[in-house]
Design a protein around this ligand. Structure first.
Ligand code: FAD
Length: 316
């Protein structure tokens, strides 16, 4: 296997796919390597909580990254980066040299304080397949969090006729991004669809009892569930929490495009409409046409210095 890439991408999501295509456009011949932790090639995540539950075929999610003649190095996680030697090492011990390196590792979900496979941190195609299988059975599902993912999964599970409870610390659904009346309307709407809505009620603790997960809430009540789906948002997924000269290691575009992309990932950003004449904006989340949330930010990337390795401040 070729282990020396002029362009190496770490991460196997939509951003990695978009970057690989842009690089291919700018440089038609150079080898491009993409190292992804998931066993699957890049796919669209939005359908995992929407279209697939409404009958869209699973085949529709694949982004066809291989058509850009990219070496897909899948099922391996990068664990170390040596910027001086221009190498990365993966969890099999394989070492890859790079000319330019792009980190497109996305985020990792916030964890709940209970280690059990009855909690699903819903992000991946494999999470979809697992939840879809569980939804075939008459189980009790609890959703922790009233943001986009939590709300979409609650709706998806109700579409399958499942018993669903939502624990939402805010007074309404999407309360951080929607005005109060819309957020409250959604609560009533979900109730009308048969979801048990526990709004204004936070999570105080979790425990296992008799094969069930017991959810303790801040109103000193508790309820049980067979499966918990956590929709709590996430944090940056830079490999192994890598640090480099006092800052996080990050792939960064001088033009700030990456900042833009990161900004668009923020839940509070996702409800804003795109501005005319600008790159795809947050409003693509549920927008009509195009590929929602496809991570393309600002058109073709300018060669040759668009992939820089430099420390950035936490939170950028
Ligand atoms: C269920 C769901 C529905 C969504 N719906 C919408 C929507 O409707 N609209 C919208 O705008 N956004 C939506 N989003 C958010 C959108 O999908 C994300 O903004 C987008 O997936 C971010 O893409 P990414 O490639 O930057 O990161 P990610 O999707 O997080 O992908 C990063 C990839 O890198 C891999 N990786 C991480 N660390 C390493 C490592 N060290 N080595 C190798 N590989 C690594 C991960 O396994 C992962 O495959 C949704 C997200 C989910 C989970």
């Amino acid at each position: 296997m070729l282990n020396d890439y002029p362009y190496l991408i770490v991460g196997g999501g939509m951003t990695a796919d978009a970057a690989a295509r842009a690089i291919r456009e700018a440089d038609p011949k150079a080898p491009i390597g993409l190292i992804g932790a998931e066993p699957h090639p890049p796919y669209n995540r939005p359908p995992l909580s929407k279209a697939l539950w409404k009958g869209e075929p699973e085949d529709s999610i694949w982004r066809g990254t291989d058509q850009a003649r990219v070496d897909l190095l899948l099922g391996r996680r990068v664990t170390a980066i040596d910027p001086a030697a221009r190498t990365v090492t993966d969890d099999t011990g394989a070492v890859f040299r790079f000319g330019k390196l792009l980190l497109a590792t996305g985020g990792t979900p916030r964890r709940l304080p209970l280690a059990t496979d009855q909690v699903i941190y819903y992000r991946t195609y494999d999470d979809y397949r697992r939840l879809r299988e569980l939804a075939r059975h008459d189980l009790r599902f609890a959703i922790i969090g009233g943001g986009f993912i939590g709300s979409e999964i609650a709706a998806a599970l109700r579409l399958q006729g499942r018993t669903v409870t939502m624990l939402v610390p805010e007074p309404g659904l999407g309360a951080r991004v929607f005005p109060a009346d819309l957020s409250g309307f959604l609560v009533d709407y979900y109730r009308g669809k048969g979801v048990e809505m526990r709004t204004g009620e936070g999570l105080a603790g979790l425990e296992h009892r008799g094969g069930k997960v017991v959810v303790k809430t801040t109103t000193t009540k508790e309820f049980t569930a067979d499966v918990l789906v956590a929709g709590l948002g996430g944090a940056s997924g830079a490999p192994g929490g890598q640090r480099h000269r006092g800052g996080r290691v990050a792939a960064h575009e001088p033009s700030g495009h990456l900042r833009g992309r990161r900004r668009r990932q923020l839940p509070e950003c996702r409800a804003r409409p795109p501005r005319p004449g600008r790159a795809r904006g947050c409003g693509q989340h549920h927008g009509a046409g195009g590929r929602a949330g496809d991570g393309r930010a600002g058109g073709p990337l300018p060669p040759p210095s668009f992939l820089l390795f430099r420390p950035v401040r936490a939170g950028l």
